[in-house]
Design a protein. Sequence first.
Length: 218
Amino acid sequence: MLKKLFITLTALLFSVNVFAESTDKKETIDKTQPYHMMKQVADQAFSRLKDEQANIQNDPELLKVIVEEELMPYVNSQYAALKLLGPNLKGADKKDVRIFIDAFYGYLVTSYAQVLTQYTDQKIEFGPETKLKESSRITSVKVDIIAAPRPNIKLEFKLRKDKKSGEWKAFDMIAEGISLLSSKQSEWNSKIRQQGIVSVAQDLDRLAQQPIRFEGAK
């Protein structure tokens, strides 16, 4: 249940319209300012989901398109995949690692798309902005998911700065004191050691091919 919550809330916060070229209709998001980027992402995410609900209900697969076009530019899936592999990278074939990175990307797209079927107009509140040093490469943004009448859900999103571009992207989320990356690493690490990186990548590919369905749909 906790792992599903991780992906659900990540998707809700990061699904955002990123077509910066269409500035007449869509707001350009500055990825060099992580806190303000996250706020813009969240604001636009809920607006987009509301606007697309009719089309999504008719064709749930549209969520995969929306995620790939609008979510993934803000997620450093390659960095996350490499951190997931961790010590399994030592001595690994570069081609196998590339296969895993690509499979993990597809897995994220489908996972985010599936949990977005649970969108019910949630609200969020951001914590105070963290002051960054010029040398900072890692930062976090704290968020409360308003779940009244239940207790609020406290999250912390981890972001990493690219040295060359100066842009920030999300790579992990912490909820209830547990890291999404650490959780997935524990889940997959044993199988990677026993069956290899490509075997787990094939599992991820199969999961990525699953159709998007609303709960209760046949």
